[in-house]
Design a protein around this ligand. Sequence first.
Ligand code: F6R
Length: 239
Amino acid sequence: MRIYIEDNYDAMSVRAAGIIAAEVTVNPACVLGLATGTTPIGIYEQLIRKYEQGELDFSEVTTVNLDEYCGLDGNSPHSYRYFMNHTLFDHINIDKDNTFVPDGMTKDMEETCENYDALIESMGGTDLQLLGLGQNGHIGFNEPGEFIAETHPVELSENTIKANARLFDDISQVPTMAVTMGLKSIMSARTVLLVVNGKQKSMALKKALFGPITPKVPASILQLHPNLIVVADKEALPV
Ligand code: F6R
């Protein structure tokens, strides 16, 4: 495990974007596992900046996202597909046909999940998986409770619904179900890049990195990953 502790959110974003940019530079046809949420916004801004300055070329890159809310289609401003398009994909030269987000509108959840895992496997897994961290220790929407290997539907915990309500007009609008990549695809990434900021995440991060490996803290499984890079700000990981 390599840990970078940065002064603040911006420095954390620059560091993490540098790691992703290095992957894209040395491996232009790489497969990136991507996350949504507040944490990666600064990273995506940095990647866009590098692209605009001619430093990065995404034309051969493929992406697979971690998760999607159930019941929201890609045109809904709260869907993760919409977030990815607007926060990153619309601003770089990626081929949108090579960007994948689980289908939250599916009528056949079982098939959708199986196909998502098969898709990731057919790509040979991800080269780099970017992860944020939930205040309850979740990664993707792998919520505390049990380690689940495959892509699966999930009932969001109260904690996650409350944490995500800030992005909706009203907590009652937050979907209660989502579909998430499972831990097998996350753990088989060649590199896992966990990015965490803010003191509201410090307890979860401490437990994830230094506590027992337990499904009560899904991110604790990352301790077993052979190439885990953690980029945190000082509030999330005080020294
Ligand atoms: C998002 C995801 C989640 C978030 C986590 C942190 O695709 O998979 O695990 O990374 O909930 O969210 P933020 O960054 O909004 O604090």
